[in-house]
Design a protein around this ligand. Structure first.
Ligand SMILES: [Zn+2]
Length: 682
C-alpha cells in the first residue's frame, strides 16, 4: 500500500468523495479518531483472536449481493473451510463487526447456535471435531459495513461528465478491516489456500477482484453475478472488491516463447469530468505495467500468480493497495505502479507473519521501486530514487523499523520508519553483502518454499541472507539488530592525518561515531573511504567495528580530498578534518592508557596516555570500592600524540587518601579505552 499526495487533476474526482466524509478528514483529525478507535481492536490483534487457535483456514467463498439502490446494503454468505488443529473442538470464533447482522450459521450442513460480540462471532459447532478433520462453516449475514483503518469499505460515487453521480464501491481491508465486511479469521498469519469471490450487483457495473473472472451470469432481473476464482494462498486483508461502471483494457505479459498472461485493468470510462483519471491513462500505462512485471520477474523469479492475471482496478482512495492479482489504484503513475506491483512478490506471495514485521511488505516495495528504475534507466535511476525518496525524511523520526506499537494504523504504516527506513535497510544491506550476494539473497528469499505463498518474519529474511552470503548463522545479527530493531543512525566523526614520504603518502584515518541512543550505542558497518587528488581517485571499504578505530593506508599519489561514504550507502551524518603532519610515525598508532610511574608511589605519580587522533579526553581515579576519587582531565579536547598527567595522593579534595589500590581510567570521545591499577603507599 502507498499513499500519495493528490495531484490537482485528481481533485476533480476525489473532492467529490471527500465531501461525503466529515470535514475532520481534511483537518487531520481523522488520524487521531482512528487512533482511538483502533487502540482496542489492535491490541486484540497483536495476537490471534481467542477462539481461533483450533483451526487453520483452507478456503473462503464470498457470495455477496451488493445493493446501491435505494440504499447501500451488503448481504450474502461466506463459506469457510478449515482444518481442525485440536481434538474436541466444540466452538470457534470468527472476526466480524457487529454492524453486520448474522442471520444463520450452518456447520457441516446443520444450522447451529451463534452469538455476536462487538467484533467477533462465536459459533457453537454441531458436534465435537477431532484433530485433522475438515470443518465447513457457512455464515449468512447482511448490513451496511462500517469503515475502519484506511477506509475498509466504501460506498461512494464518481461524477460523470454531466455532473451526475455513479455508485463506486471498493474495499481496502489492510490491516484489520476485512471483518468490517466479511466474517473470517482476520490475521495475516493464516492464509487460505484459495478463495472465490462472487458479487451480484446492478448489471451496469463491473467487479474487480482476485484471480480469474470465470463467469458473469445475467440473472434476468437487472443484476449480474461476477464469479472470481483465485487458486493461490491469500491473506484476508488482500481479498478485495472494486465496483462501478468500469471500462476495461487488456494487455498480455509474454513470459516465454509460447505463454502469455492477461493484464486486466478496470478504470473509469470516458464519461467523466475532464481531467479525471480514466481508461485512457490505464491504456497509456499498459506498457509500463508490462515492463515492471518483466523487471521484477527477472530479479526475483516469475510473477507469482502467473496462472491467473495481474491488473489494476481504479478506486478513489488516495494511493494504491496491492490487492492480490488486482491492485487498487487511484491513478496510473509509474512509481506507484512499481511499488504496488512489487508487493505481489513481497506482501502478497510472501506476507508479513504479524504486523510488527510489516517492513517486509512496505520496506521491500519501497526499495523495489529503486531497483525498477535502476533496471530501466541505469544507476542514475537508482540513485535518484534512493536519495530523493528512500533516504529522505527518516532522521527526525524516533523509533525502529520493527513496529513495537501496532495500536494505530499510523504507527503500523509509518512512512518514515516502515517505508523509507525499511527500504534504506535493504539499500544498506546491498552494500554490506555486495551486489551479487544481495541479489542472490533477494531471489532465494522469493523462491524459498518455506516463505513463498506463505508468511515470513525479519528473522526468516535474515536467515536467508546469511545462508546466501555463506557467512553462517548469526553473521548478520549486528545488521538487523542495528537497523531493524535499533533506532537512529550513526553520526561519524573522522580525523585524517597524512604524511608525505619519498615516493608515497601515508594516510591515517581515525573514526568515531555517536548514535544519540543506547539502542544501539554503536553501528558496526562497512564504511567507504574515498581518497582523491591529482591522478588519484580510489574507494577503500573498511569495516568499522569499534570506537576510535584507526585505519592506515599507503597511497602513491597525494590525497587532497577525503570523503566518508561518498555514494550514500549509509544513513548517516558525517563531519571531520584532514591535516598534514611531518612525521606520522611520531604519532601513536592507537589510543592507549599506559602504566603509571613510579608505582607504587608516594605522594605523586605520572600517568601517560596515547591519542591516535584528536579526542575529547576524560581521566578518572577510583578507589578499590569503585568510588570516584578525582577527575584528572575533564573532557578536554586534546591533539593526537603522547600525553601525561600527574596524580597526587595527598591532595584529593584537600585531604590525603589512605594507602591502597586505586584505579585510573581513560575515556576518549566518550568511549572507555582502558582502566589500569596503581598502588599508593603512605
Ligand atoms: Zn505498499
Amino acid at each position: 500500500m502507498r499513499r500519495i499526495l493528490l495531484a490537482a487533476s485528481l481533485l476533480l474526482c476525489v473532492q467529490f468523495i471527500l465531501a461525503q466524509e466529515s470535514d475532520s478528514y481534511l483537518k487531520g483529525e481523522f488520524r487521531a479518531q482512528e487512533a482511538r478507535k483502533y487502540q482496542m481492536l489492535a491490541k486484540q490483534y497483536s495476537t490471534l483472536t481467542p477462539g481461533q487457535e483450533g483451526f487453520d483456514v483452507t478456503y473462503y467463498k464470498l457470495d455477496l449481493n451488493l445493493s446501491v439502490n435505494p440504499t447501500n446494503y451488503l448481504s450474502g454468505s461466506v463459506l469457510m473451510v478449515a482444518k481442525v488443529l485440536n481434538d474436541n473442538l466444540g466452538s470457534i470464533v470468527l472476526d466480524l463487526m457487529r454492524a453486520m447482522t448474522v442471520d444463520t450459521v450452518v456447520v457441516g450442513g446443520v444450522p447451529v447456535n451463534f452469538s455476536q460480540q462487538s467484533s467477533t462471532l462465536t459459533i457453537t459447532l454441531n458436534r465435537l471435531y477431532a484433530k485433522n478433520e475438515m470443518l465447513s462453516v457457512r455464515v449468512v449475514y447482511e448490513g451496511v459495513p462500517g469503515s475502519s483503518g484506511f477506509g475498509s469499505f466504501a460506498f461512494l460515487t464518481h461524477a460523470t461528465a454531466s455532473g451526475s453521480a455513479v455508485p463506486w464501491v471498493w474495499s481496502l481491508s489492510e490491516p484489520y478491516g476485512a471483518k468490517d465486511w466479511w466474517p473470517c479469521k482476520d490475521h495475516p498469519g493464516d492464509k487460505a489456500d484459495s478463495v472465490d469471490v462472487w458479487v451480484t450487483c446492478d448489471s451496469r457495473f463491473k467487479v474487480g477482484s482476485e484471480g480469474k473472472l470465470v463467469a458473469v451470469i445475467d440473472n434476468g432481473n437487472g443484476t449480474m453475478t461476477h464469479r472470481w476464482q483465485h487458486r493461490y494462498p491469500i491473506a484476508t486483508y488482500l481479498v478485495s472488491i472494486a465496483v462501478t461502471d468500469y471500462s476495461e483494457i487488456s494487455g498480455w505479459f509474454k513470459y516465454s516463447q509460447s505463454d502469455s498472461m492477461q493484464v486486466l485493468d478496470y478504470a473509469l470510462g470516458t464519461n467523466v469530468p475532464q481531467g479525471t483519471t480514466n481508461i485512457a491513462s490505464a491504456a497509456a500505462s499498459m506498457s509500463t505495467t508490462l515492463s515492471i512485471l518483466q523487471i521484477y520477474s527477472d530479479l526475483f523469479g516469475l510473477y507469482p500468480f502467473i496462472r491467473e492475471k495481474y491488473g489494476f482496478s481504479q478506486f478513489g482512495w488516495g494511493g494504491g493497495m496491492e490487492h492480490q492479482t488486482m491492485t487498487s489504484i487511484v491513478n496510473f503513475g509509474e512509481s506507484l505502479q512499481a511499488h504496488e506491483t512489487a508487493h505481489q512478490w513481497f506482501g502478497d506471495m510472501i506476507t508479513t507473519r504479524t504486523w510488527p514485521h510489516i517492513w517486509l511488505n512496505e520496506g521491500f516495495a519501497t526499495y523495489c521501486v529503486a531497483l525498477y528504475y535502476e533496471r530501466k534507466s541505469g544507476p542514475t535511476g537508482y540513485w535518484n530514487e534512493v536519495n530523493n525518496n528512500i533516504l529522505s525524511g527518516i532522521k527526525g523520526t524516533p523509533g525502529s523499523v520493527y513496529v513495537t506499537d501496532t495500536s494505530t494504523v499510523a504507527q503500523v504504516f509509518s512512512t518514515a520508519l516502515v517505508y523509507h527506513k525499511g527500504g534504506t535497510a535493504l539499500h544498506m544491506l546491498r552494500h554490506v553483502l555486495g551486489d551479487s550476494l544481495f541479489f542472490k539473497a533477494m531471489r532465494q528469499y522469493a523462491q524459498d518454499p518455506r516463505f513463498r505463498f506463505a508468511t515470513a518474519s525479519t528473522e526468516d529474511f535474515q536467515s536467508v541472507c546469511e545462508a546466501a552470503s555463506g557467512k553462517g548463522t548469526g553473521s548478520l545479527d549486528y545488521f538487523f539488530k542495528e537497523w531493524i530493531y535499533g533506532e537512529k543512525y550513526p553520526s561519524y566523526q573522522y580525523q585524517v592525518a597524512k604524511q608525505k614520504n619519498d615516493s608515497s603518502f601515508t594516510v591515517r584515518v581515525t573514526l568515531n561515531q555517536t548514535t544519540g541512543t543506547s539502542n544501539p550505542s554503536f553501528f558496526q558497518m562497512p564504511v567507504d573511504f574515498r581518497f582523491a587528488g591529482s591522478g588519484l581517485d580510489t574507494i577503500i571499504t573498511v569495516f568499522n567495528s569499534s570506537q576510535n578505530q584507526v585505519f592506515t593506508f599507503n597511497l602513491r599519489r597525494d590525497p587532497t580530498t577525503f570523503q566518508l561514504d561518498p555514494n550514500n550507502w549509509i544513513l548517516k551524518d558525517v563531519s571531520g578534518t584532514m591535516v598534514n603532519v611531518d612525521k606520522l610515525s611520531a604519532l601513536p598508532n592507537e589510543f592507549a592508557l599506559l602504566q603509571n610511574y613510579p608505582n607504587p608511589f608516594n605522594p605523586s605519580t605520572i600517568i601517560p596516555y596515547d591519542l591516535a587522533a584528536p579526542a575529547v579526553v576524560r581521566i578518572e581515579v577510583y578507589n578499590a570500592l569503585g568510588a570516584l576519587m578525582e577527575v584528572l582531565v575533564d573532557n578536554r579536547m586534546l591533539d593526537a600524540g603522547r600525553h601525561q598527567v600527574q596524580f597526587n595522593g595527598t591532595t584529593v579534595a584537600g585531604v590525603s587518601l589512605p594507602s591502597g589500590v586505586y584505579y585510573y581510567r581513560l575515556k576518549a570521545s566518550g568511549t572507555i579505552i582502558q582502566t589500569r591499577k596503581m598502588v599508593y603507599i603512605r
